[in-house]
Write a protein that binds this ligand. Structure first.
Ligand SMILES: *Cc1c(COP(=O)(O)O)cnc(C)c1O
Length: 435
């Protein structure tokens, strides 16, 4: 086999984007504002200052098309392995006997194992700049906690993580990654907060949810001096930070003169999908391309395919502002699937708006089907994907099979949001027919 120039498309260190892309500037309708739950009126920036640094709030509410990436953040992006390669899945194509070309963006290569540091780094940076000393957060599968722990170590902040109990029990090595970076980790619901104690009192064996862990992290943030809270998905500024992914993909596709027919990403809160697709969706809004954008979610938290579009709380304890999003309801407890990062009741308001306007489609998959796809990918491409990313792989494989049926040479690009090397308990259960 001879290697062709489009088998792996690399960029140079100085190709790391200098700006984040804000889709709010290009959408035909404004993004719905977050509401103050006490008044049901749009939040004022000051209302958010108890939990977020001013720099993040400005980004959250910005409608500027491009926002400069600080030099220190670009330097840290280099440390994370950016720019990441775009790679062709030739062996998977052959295995599927499809005429389609399949590419994937390698967000699995960051030291924390996923795309999450793309936002953890700037969030830690913005807090450090304003003199904050402690950050609290939640984590589902442990990917966001690992990313924030790494970023807090980088900018000398303390990090306290509430980890959803079902993951805490399934993934002791994720906890150890966070502790190795210097973070403190609690299983949520925990005895550390008033809200956690109230949940445990009602249900001692509660498996936890992201919504509960968020409430706990916000509670500690509000009570402790010089402490802010950091969220790994859902909010506009997180979507913004992740657009380094899609901007790199655009450069890479240009290098091989390719416009994709499909771009596919998995969705939990929406951040890797948004980061991967929004720069290209901006082109679609301007009528320059005709690519289809496909989000793949879990049937256990099917906010886009089955949720309702309305204002809802971001957490279960109803402490956060209300966000307009597709939601299963903030009290919804998803089954304890292995793709912990997809167990969220809502969807980012920005992704919800893009879905409402019809710029994307969504499919929901069962974890048996997604693990099967992940294993086919691992055996052909050598990379063990995160259970979340398996949903994107399943979506890409289905499209490749459809292309085969129609004998069409479609180009499919998906985002490999993370590796699964710390998720082997899930693979264990799948391989032993025990899911
Ligand atoms: C957290 C996570 C997700 C889901 O979160 P999004 O905000 O929807 O991206 C997907 N894949 C991986 C590997 C994750 O860690």
């Amino acid at each position: 086999m001879s290697i062709s120039k489009d088998d792996r498309v690399d960029l140079q260190p100085d190709d790391i984007p200098t700006k984040w892309y804000n889709i709010a500037a290009d959408l035909p309708e404004p993004l719905p504002p977050p509401l103050n739950p006490a008044t049901n009126k749009p939040l004022r920036p000051e209302d958010l200052e108890a939990i977020f640094p001013k720099g993040a709030i400005a980004q959250e509410l910005s409608v500027e098309r491009y926002i400069d990436i600080p030099e220190e953040v670009r330097d840290a992006y280099l440390m994370l392995g950016r720019p990441s390669p775009l790679q062709r899945a030739r062996r998977l194509e052959k295995y599927l006997k499809t005429p389609a070309k399949i590419y994937f963006k390698r967000e699995d290569l960051s030291p924390a194992g996923s795309h999450k540091p793309n936002s953890a780094i700037p969030q830690a940076y913005l807090n450090m700049k304003e003199g904050v000393e402690n950050l609290t957060t939640e984590t589902g599968a442990g990917q966001w906690g690992s990313a924030l722990a790494l970023s807090c170590a980088h900018f000398d902040l303390n990090c306290e993580v509430f980890m959803v109990r079902s993951s805490y029990d399934q993934k002791p090595f994720r906890r150890l990654v966070m502790e190795t970076y210097g973070a403190t980790v609690h299983a949520s619901p925990s005895n550390v907060t008033k809200y956690g104690r109230s949940v445990i009192a009602k249900q001692p064996e509660h498996p936890g949810t992201l919504g509960i862990a968020i409430t706990e992290a916000v509670e500690v943030c509000l009570q402790q001096e010089n402490t802010k809270y950091s969220l790994g998905s859902v909010l506009n500024h997180v979507m913004l930070h992740q657009t380094v992914i899609g901007q790199e993909v655009m450069m890479q596709l240009e290098q091989i003169d390719t416009v994709p027919d499909y771009m596919v990403g998995c969705v939990g809160g929406g951040s890797n999908f948004a980061g991967f697709c929004f720069p290209m969706i901006g082109e679609k809004i301007k009528g320059k391309i005709d690519t289809e954008f496909i989000a793949t979610e879990s049937v256990s938290a099917p906010s886009l395919t089955e949720g309702e579009l309305r204002y809802d709380f971001g957490d279960t304890g109803k402490m956060t502002p209300k966000l307009k999003m597709y939601t299963m309801g903030c009290d919804y407890v998803p089954p304890a699937i292995h793709a912990g990062g997809l167990r969220y009741h809502g969807m980012a308001p920005a992704v919800s708006k893009v879905a409402e306007l019809g710029y994307m489609k969504t499919y929901a998959y069962d974890q048996n089907d997604t693990f099967a796809a992940g294993i086919a990918f691992a055996q052909n491409e050598g990379i063990i994907p995160a259970p979340e990313s398996c949903h994107a792989i399943k979506g890409a494989m289905d499209l490749a099979l459809e292309a085969k049926k129609n004998n069409e040479e479609k180009v499919i690009v998906f985002n490999l949001s993370g590796h699964g090397l710390l998720d082997m308990a899930g693979y264990d259960r799948y391989l032993r027919n025990n899911l």
